[in-house]
Write a protein that binds this ligand. Structure first.
Ligand code: 13P
Length: 394
């Protein structure tokens, strides 16, 4: 982000707090004139107020994010699970089912889209972005370009997409997107190496600064994969390390904390660990990690589901909302909102309404969990099926 002399005043904060011209005095020297280092930064390019407002809207009580930003290849996996070909028409039909669900905005505040969907319309010619706005759902966009091997690491990966990100983000804003998502991963069984953690954190911070500079609230997502047979204590240790590096580099890049959202993994034992943890234990470890690492200036924590069953993901979220938190603690689920919907739809037009009802059931369950009022009593068997896939790629 280029340095320039302008100031960005944060109206959201007290008038005495500024991002911008900062000046540090060194200890008095023997020289007669005080030696000063002075520099100025430009943060969020004048979008500060809008970013804060967008983040607050997404982090509103009883609402969370519907993540349907699967790349075409990953959407193909979803469609293949119900015997459909991965064609643009089928992807459009599936996204249309999800995004035109009546009443969705009561539980969903934001929807993360893949680029194809951001520019797509319903079969009747209504832009998907407009369908969302009518439900008071903020449109978001996946901006990363996926994972590739990280040379010099222990079989780990890094996330591409910074080249051209500023101009792409400006275009996405024009198309109606107001927030962005960048997902990188950290693997516990592969180390993680300090190189991989640093690369993940630096990439997220650069992306976050560029997004804010173009009016998009960045969702910061270093997914710590569920893979492994380690205990929950090891996940806590890795999560603390990852988030400390992420916040270090976010600060270095002058990212406005009031204008970001986080998308962490819950702190759980590895998927192949001998014992499962209860929702209460997962909530305790996850909130401990967040309290130690995340400043209260951050408005919202929007968890990913990472292969947990629909019911598990909802129960864990509910357990985290049994007492007040400094941030809005909510969901940004893909698999844990889509599983039953897909199984109900089966690609048949006559099942669309039933599939939309099942999306509302899951969205409402997670809305209640955000408020700490969910009970799993009436849940069906399909929603209890785990979706963990070893070495899953998005
Ligand atoms: P899951 O909830 O399927 O883990 O989705 C994660 C994600 O990043 C989707 O945007």
């Amino acid at each position: 982000m280029a340095a320039c002399a302008s100031f960005a005043k944060l109206d959201a904060l007290s008038s005495s707090q500024w991002i911008g011209h900062q000046s540090f005095s060194q200890r008095p020297s023997r020289l007669s004139s005080p030696h000063r280092i002075s520099f100025s930064v430009r943060a969020a390019a004048g979008f500060s107020d809008e970013l804060v407002q967008t983040a607050k809207t997404i982090a509103s009580p009883g609402r969370g994010i519907l993540a349907i930003d699967e790349s075409n290849a990953t959407c193909g996996k979803r469609l293949a699970s119900i015997g459909l070909d991965n064609t643009e028409t089928n992807r459009q039909a599936y996204r249309q089912l999800l995004l035109t669900t009546p009443g969705l905005g009561g539980y969903i505040s934001g929807a993360i889209l893949f680029e194809e969907t951001l520019y797509q319309s319903t079969t009747d010619g209504k832009k998907f972005v407009d369908c969302l706005k009518e439900e008071r759902i903020v449109p978001g966009i996946k901006v990363d370009k996926g994972l590739v091997p990280l040379p010099g690491s222990n079989n780990e990966s890094w996330c591409q997409g910074l080249d051209g990100l500023a101009s792409r983000s400006a275009e996405y804003y024009k198309q109606g997107a107001r927030f962005a998502k960048w997902r990188t991963v950290v693997s516990i069984p592969c180390g993680p190496s300090s190189l991989a953690v640093k690369e993940a954190a630096w990439g997220l911070a650069r992306y976050a600064a560029i997004s804010q500079d173009n009016g998009l609230v960045p969702i910061v997502e270093p997914e710590i994969l569920l893979d492994g047979d380690h205990p929950i204590e090891r996940t806590l240790e890795v999560a603390e390390k990852v988030w400390s590096e992420v916040f270090f580099y976010l600060a270095e890049n002058n990212v406005l904390f009031e204008g970001i959202l986080l998308k962490p993994s819950m702190v759980t034992p590895g998927a192949e660990h001998k014992e499962k943890a209860s929702p209460e234990t997962i909530a305790k470890y996850t909130l401990t990690m967040l309290q130690r690492r995340v400043p209260p200036a951050v408005p919202g924590i929007m968890f990913l589901s990472g292969g947990q069953s629909e019911v598990e993901a909802t129960l864990n979220l509910n357990a985290m909302n049994q007492s007040p938190n400094p941030w809005h603690v909510s969901f940004s689920y893909a698999r844990a909102l889509q599983n039953t919907v897909l199984k109900t739809w089966k690609g048949l037009p006559e099942n669309v309404e039933a599939a939309q009802r099942s999306l509302l059931v899951r969205a409402k369950a997670n809305s209640l969990a955000q408020l700490g009022k969910y009970s799993a009593e009436d849940e069906g068997e399909e929603a209890k099926k785990g979706m963990f896939v070893k070495g899953y790629t998005y």
